[in-house]
Design a protein around this ligand. Structure first.
Ligand SMILES: Cc1cc2nc3c(=O)[nH]c(=O)nc-3n(C[C@H](O)[C@H](O)[C@H](O)COP(=O)(O)O)c2cc1C
Length: 355
């Protein structure tokens, strides 16, 4: 086992996994943020984790990714790591999901580990500082060279957004402000967060249409994607895809958290009653199948970001083979270690060399 992997799996991870996951996340973000502040910090991290192999960059919808691996939405939800993530091999980050108003999220515990099932039980409820604060931070700090900045937009998790009008307006406010500030290389409209007031309300075609009509009022110069649920039947999923294509949406992230607890390897690792979506391994199969069907249905021009259960280079290649243009991940980095992004990049490079 290579050195950095061994250090993570046999020393760091067993220690970190003894503490509350949200607390560990908090300390990691603090550490990453301070390492990103100095060139020396960035160099040190890059020496340990960056990918330095043959060119595997990809240009998708006019945006060039140095590596096709993106940190999925929900890890850097307040945009505090945009100076360091390229040093750990990421080609992009999707910050957020951001909402029109600051949002404390659901009552804790908001995050639990299902260790044997390689999954996190996520009940964050869109905790974030709100779009104004996030725009301000990104303006002050900028983004590390070589890192694509995606921004995920959702609706504030509050009663005021529980009506259709209130919810649409919430997305609209964030989308408008970000576009006016010209911040972000692409935007993802998160229609599928399972942990908000009223549930996944924009996976209903009528409501989604109302949202897309409103967002069309904003002039947008960068690609627009949509974050899809993975727990829908294909017929319903396809209906959403057709609508997105009618509105000129450039692609989809497939997909969000798994809602079915029977997908856990060890069912008793989750509570009896639903208490948040599952990340990691329980998402893998459903997301890969939907990627394959989406590619078949939507053709080669429609962008697909493959997300859900990428725990190894083989999982990443599986998503690319199914039709994904780019990869997104969170849980693999937590369960396997921060060397995963570099290993994926090397697997892609080696495959290019084999051709
Ligand atoms: C702690 C955590 C918070 C998340 N928050 C968001 C979010 O705010 N917006 C979003 O679109 N997805 C969110 N997600 C879902 C991830 O972006 C991703 O779709 C999911 O975790 C599957 O990828 P993974 O198996 O690589 O973790 C979150 C996931 C985790 C683990």
């Amino acid at each position: 086992m290579p050195l950095m992997e061994k250090a993570y799996k046999s020393a760091l991870k067993p220690m970190l996994f003894r503490f509350d996951p949200e607390l560990v996340h908090h300390h990691f973000v603090n550490l990453g943020e301070s390492m990103g502040r100095t060139a020396a910090g960035r160099r040190l991290i890059a020496a340990m984790y960056d990918y330095r192999g043959p060119d595997i960059s990809r240009t998708v919808d006019g945006v060039t990714y140095r590596t096709p691996v993106i940190l999925a939405a929900g890890f850097d939800y307040n945009a505090r790591l945009t100076q360091i993530l390229a040093s750990v091999g990421f080609g992009g980050v999707e910050v957020g999901s951001v909402t029109a108003y600051p949002c404390p999220g659901n009552e804790p515990p908001r995050l639990r580990r299902a260790v044997q099932s390689k999954s996190l039980i996520v009940y964050k409820g869109l905790r974030n500082e709100g779009v104004d604060q996030i725009i301000d931070r990104l303006r002050r700090r900028g983004v590390q060279q070589g890192l694509v900045l995606g921004i995920s937009i959702a609706m504030t998790n509050a009663e005021s957004s529980a009506t259709l009008e209130g919810a649409v307006d919430d997305y609209y406010q964030s989308f408008k402000k970000l576009n006016e500030a010209r911040i972000g290389d692409y935007y993802t409209i998160n229609i599928s967060c399972p942990n908000v007031y009223g549930g996944e309300s924009f996976t209903d075609p009528t409501r989604l249409k109302a949202l897309l009509e409103k967002l069309d009022e904003v002039e947008c110069r960068v690609p627009r994607y949509t974050k899809m649920p993975i727990s829908l039947e294909w017929e319903q999923f396809r209906e959403l895809l057709d609508l997105l294509q009618d509105f000129g949406i450039d692609g989809v992230v497939v997909g969000n958290l798994q809602k079915d607890y029977d997908e856990l390897d060890v069912r008793r690792e989750a509570p009896e009653e639903y208490r948040g979506g599952l990340s990691g391994k329980p998402c893998r199969e459903a997301s890969t199948q939907l990627i394959r069907k989406t590619r078949e249905h939507c053709g080669p021009e429609f962008t697909i970001m493959g997300c859900g259960g990428v725990m190894s280079p083989a999982d990443a290649l599986e998503k690319l083979d199914a039709g994904a243009d780019l990869i997104q991940l969170i849980s693999g980095m937590i369960f396997e270690g921060p060397h995963l992004m570099r290993d994926i990049a090397w697997a892609i490079a080696e495959r290019h060399l084999d051709v």
